[in-house]
Ligand binder design. Structure first.
Ligand SMILES: CC(C)[C@H](NC(=O)[C@H](C)N)C(=O)O
Length: 710
């Protein structure tokens, strides 16, 4: 096909459009992926396990579809048209996701929650399917299409292109994982303000359209190789024939052949058979690799969920849980150059032969260490989590609404208190409580599996009140806040974001969810007001008590007491940095090396096949997360992390043995040797044929065409 060839600094100008396209596409993909698990959990209201399962099924699908894309491009449409058509499918998928996240579409009662969840689930699943088809389908085509733009003598430029390409992937990923969580954390909506998932998906959709437009703009400058027929199909047919032929000749009377693929020699070209052997050798080595991806891709699921239970204050900066994933591309952008220019040359200088397969083995071990770090962090988090009552237990807290301390007797234990900050746990369904002097006795019925607070009235002989308290950590780092009014008059409590309403005397408000940061509550009783300010962290719950003695005015702040029902997240998100460091160092050693290894060990006509095979290991890795998490069903998250780390160490051991027996090849040299041999045979055969022709007076046409092909 004709194209305008323009060169800038020795590089074809067309690759500029391809690199920008990749940047926008990766922005779109990683931006959407960064908020996906939180969208499942908080918008579609799925539990952690379902959210994690669907997330990994989606990622797996994204890496299964490259095979489809490679087949369509190679055998039918060619890479250019495949990228265009599948990018359109991809953009439609992103738009569907953005629309599925608009809660107002089905929020008929305008309470801020979607009323027809099926609509949102179906639309988002269709969207995810289209995205998986698009992103996976174009993945092996874009990189190879970029490679096609270089001529044979531009090896150095082509290598630089692939490095820039990898940096663009991570640049796009970095920016989007910073931006989309910020967009998600905004409030938006028509009838009610909710977290803006539609914007967090809408911007990636826009970037995908930009990617498509940029790619089309470069259209006239691309070298577009014609589809060469489906090499995958040829490979499958050749393998199928070898197996069938071997089976037909299974009896001992037939001499054994060196390799089972040699049984295809009767029908297929020796070069093709040699190329398939090279590919099979590498594919065999790929078998243990999915386990690496099993751990690697949990950054976006389990690790993000872990971050939601942590403290995200970095000085005055607040980091969202899903933004922690940005640590990965940041580290990639710094570690790749460091590894290439410092670490690997240093290892070489020490006389160590750090072969690609050794690097990949070390990469796997680093990923296992990352998961041990994640387990240690989880243990720290678990220590700070409240112990909620089991289904056979009840928990009770006491709040004395009077100004004097009272003596309380529960069974035979005495407490002298204004309020108890701790919950007492009981196995019994009923308890006897005696309060004050002279004693006033009461029998209290407790709700199983619940936390409750007993409000002891100002006059002990008045009715005692029991509140139902929160029994799980507030989600998304919010804080659950309520007020107890101990005054004889009603009090109205409000903040700019919420109104607790009018709280009657000796009663309490419902919980309201409040974001982290400084909050000022305004309390009104008639025309009198009082301002109460406090700072909130992440994931806490408080009951604020307005005492009967409260005097409205500037000094009212000190009179209000806060009972901490659930402590705020105290383990800092910075503790996740070591696990991110190890997983990323592992990625550089494993993934970057693996990509290069897959390219260098692949025969010339099967580079794309091996790239698709490499991406296939990512897909299998994501399926393994589902299987292991489902089968193991470990009660403790840290134990699951340790299980994954142990599995990877075991797999790494097997891989190191396989790698030990692998001999590196130079496919180009082998192919050249074959072609040389065939040319020599060709000359011999031509002589033989000319003789036969002369003696018989006719030519064997089938043989001639075979020789010409060879
Ligand atoms: C899946 C690949 C390893 C690659 N991902 C990365 O480089 C991440 C962002 N570090 C990709 O092609 O997306």
């Amino acid at each position: 096909t004709s194209f305008i060839f323009k060169e800038v600094c020795g590089y074809p100008l067309s690759i500029f459009f391809i690199v920008v396209n990749e940047f926008c596409e990766r922005f779109s993909y990683y931006g959407m992926r960064a908020v996906l698990v939180l969208y499942f959990k908080y918008f579609l209201r799925w539990d952690d396990d379902l959210a994690t399962s669907i997330y990994h099924t989606f990622v797996a699908l994204c890496y299964l579809t490259p095979i489809l894309g490679a087949i369509v491009a190679d055998s039918w449409l060619g890479k250019f048209k495949t990228i265009i058509y599948l990018s359109i499918v991809y953009a439609i998928g992103q738009v569907a996701m953005a629309v599925s996240a608009i809660h107002d579409i089905t929020d008929t009662d305008r309470d801020g929650t979607p009323d027809n969840m099926t609509f949102h689930v179906v639309l988002s699943m269709v969207g995810l399917f289209l995205i998986a088809l698009g992103t996976g389908g174009i993945k092996p085509c874009v990189a190879a299409f970029g490679g096609d733009q270089f001529s044979d003598h531009q090896d150095r430029q082509r290598r630089t292109f692939f490095s820039v390409f990898y940096l663009c992937i991570n640049g796009g990923s970095l920016l989007s994982t910073i931006i989309t969580p910020i967009l998600r954390a905004q409030d938006c909506g028509i009838h009610s303000q909710q977290k803006c998932y539609s914007l967090a998906f809408g911007v990636p959709a826009a970037l995908m359209l930009v990617a498509l437009v940029v790619f089309i703009v470069g259209s006239g400058m691309y070298y577009k190789a014609e589809p060469q027929g489906n090499i995958m199909l040829d490979v499958c047919k050749c393998i199928g024939f070898a197996i069938k032929n071997r089976y037909r000749h299974r009896s001992n009377q037939y001499p054994k052949r060196q390799h089972w693929m040699d049984w295809a020699e009767e029908k297929y070209d020796k070069l093709l058979i040699a190329q398939i052997k090279m590919v099979l050798k590498v594919l065999f080595l790929y078998i243990p690799l999915p386990m690496f991806w099993t751990l690697f891709d949990q950054k976006g699921s389990r690790w993000t969920l872990q971050a939601t239970t942590m403290n995200g204050y970095f000085g005055s900066l607040v980091i969202q849980p899903d933004q922690m994933q940005t640590v990965n591309p940041i580290l990639i952008l710094t570690l790749v150059p460091i590894m290439d220019s410092v670490i690997y040359p240093l290892i070489n200088k020490c006389g160590l032969n750090f072969t690609p397969l050794k690097r990949m083995t070390v990469g796997m071990l680093l990923a296992a260490i990352a998961f041990v770090c994640a387990a240690l962090v989880q243990i720290e988090i678990d220590k700070t989590l409240p112990t909620f009552p089991s289904t056979s237990q009840s928990q009770l807290k006491l709040l004395n609404m009077g100004s004097e301390t009272v003596t309380i007797k529960i069974f035979n234990d005495f407490f002298v208190l204004q309020a108890s900050n701790e919950y007492f746990t009981f196995e019994a369904g009923q308890i006897n409580i005696s309060v004050g002097h002279p004693e006033v006795r009461n029998t209290i019925s407790l709700a199983k599996g619940q936390r409750q607070t007993l409000l002891i009235p100002l006059t002990i002989t008045d009715e005692w009140l029991m509140t139902d308290d929160i029994t799980s950590k507030p989600q998304e780092g919010n804080n659950a806040i309520r007020f107890v009014n101990g005054m004889k008059t009603a009090v109205n409590v409000s903040i700019p974001a919420a109104n607790f309403g009018l709280i009657e005397p000796f009663s309490y408000s419902n919980y309201s969810l409040i974001k982290n940061g400084k909050v000022t509550f305004t309390l009104w009783s008639g025309s009198q007001s009082c301002e109460y300010s406090t700072d909130f962290g992440f994931g806490s719950s408080y009951t604020f008590f307005i005492p009967s003695t409260l005097v409205f005015g500037p000094n009212c702040q000190e009179s209000i007491t806060a009972a901490e029902d659930i402590k705020p997240n105290s383990v800092h998100m910075a503790l996740q940095i070591p696990q991110y460091f190890f997983i990323t160092a592992g990625e550089v050693m494993f993934s970057v090396t693996g990509l290069e290894f897959s390219y260098s060990q692949a025969p010339s006509n099967m580079k794309a096949v091996l790239q698709a095979g490499w991406l296939f290991t990512v897909a299998i890795g994501n399926f393994i997360v589902l299987i292991v998490a489902e089968l193991a069903k470990l009660p403790k998250q840290w134990a699951e992390y340790v299980l994954f780390a142990s599995l990877l160490v075991a797999v790494c051991f097997i891989f190191s043995i396989m790698a030990y027996f692998y001999t590196y090849i130079d496919p180009a040299e082998i192919e050249a040797q074959f072609k040389k041999n065939v040319n020599e045979d060709d000359e011999d055969n031509k002589h033989k044929l000319q003789k036969t022709e002369r003696s018989n007076g006719k030519i064997n046409v089938t043989k001639l065409s075979y020789y010409n092909m060879a």
